[in-house]
Every structure is written in C-alpha cells, then in structure tokens.
Write a protein of this length. Sequence first.
Length: 83
Amino acid sequence: MTKKKLTKKQKAEMLYNATMIAEGAMAETNDMSYIQAWQHLIDTGVVWKLQGWMGRAAFRMISDGSIEPVSIEEEVENNGDEG
C-alpha cells in the first residue's frame, strides 16, 4: 500500500499538531500519539529549530531509545537547504 502524497496545507497542519502535542498544549489524537509527535519533529528536522528545551528533550528521548534519530540520507532529503 502506497502512502498518499500530502498537500502543503496537510503537512503544515501535521507539523502544527506534532508541535502542540509535544509541548503538551494539545491532547494526542487518533492519528498521532505523543511519541509519534516527537518522532515527526525529529524526522522533519524542525525540532532543532524550535525552543531549546525541545531540542534537549528530543536528544534525551533519542539517547534513551524512545525515538529514533533520522538517518543521514533522510536528513539530506528533508533538509530543504540543497539547491
């Protein structure tokens, strides 16, 4: 089964929801748990651009195995800095 490509609006909403869930400002949803929210922020690289405590929390969660670090290949694809 292939994943349906998300629109920019859907991606923005998903990122917003992940951020709010990770901050504790929004309850988990049927589509996203607390851990999934943090994983999404890691996978997109956004967590490193947010408040410092979020980056430190993400680092601790990676260190204790709660979430997975993004691979180098995925990081390059998601970075958006390349031409």
